[in-house]
Design a protein around this ligand. Structure first.
Ligand code: HEC
Length: 157
């Protein structure tokens, strides 16, 4: 291999290294609506089956209930706030414009959800089934409190 072609090879591989991180900037190319909807999809798909257990629609299982509660508490900590950045009120979404007009209240409702979800994970690891069910209901109240004001049933746009 000549000196020249080895140098071109190095330049070519450097170019490849440089383009990979640029292509990996997913959060700049994926819509923010996708970030928040993915967050709430995981929230719903852990909390939903816990509700099926509470209602007796599926068999009660302490370990599974605790595992879902752990997932819910963990995912609740993800900083979904950046998915509600100014200007992201448009697009395919069920997020009502009221969110951006009442951002302090929205942040408070998110904080309430996070603290009840954390308490649910603690209750779920206890041996007290009544306490688990009570804390499940408390947590569900924080979903409703936010959805009542800030989430529409159908897509807005
Ligand atoms: C602080 C406000 C807030 C809290 C708390 C909250 N949600 Fe939501 N949720 C929203 C908003 C806003 C959307 C609509 C997002 C969009 O379409 O861009 C949403 C969307 C959803 C969706 C649809 C996700 C999708 O695939 O598009 C589900 C399911 C859901 N929430 C379940 C829950 C459950 C269950 C809880 C409680 C355990 C909860 N949410 C707590 C605000 C909240």
């Amino acid at each position: 291999m000549s000196k020249f072609s080895r140098k071109s090879l190095i330049v070519a591989s450097l170019a490849a290294v440089v383009t990979i991180p640029a292509a990996a900037h997913i959060e700049r190319t994926e819509p923010l609506q996708s970030l928040r909807q993915s967050f709430f999809a995981i929230v719903g798909m852990t909390f939903g089956p816990m509700g099926d257990m509470v209602k007796g629609e599926i068999e009660w299982n302490d370990e599974q209930f605790a595992a879902w509660a752990d997932d819910l508490a963990s995912v609740s900590k993800v900083s979904v706030e950046r998915g509600f950045a100014p200007g992201s009120d448009k697009g395919k979404t069920r997020a009502k414009p009221a969110i951006w007009e009442n951002s302090d209240d929205f942040a408070q409702k998110l904080a309430n959800f996070r603290s009840e979800a954390a308490a649910l994970a603690v209750a779920a690891s206890s041996g007290d089934k009544a306490a688990k069910i009570e804390q499940f209901k408390q947590t569900g109240g924080t979903c409703k409190a936010c959805h009542d004001n800030y989430k529409s049933r159908g897509y807005l746009y």
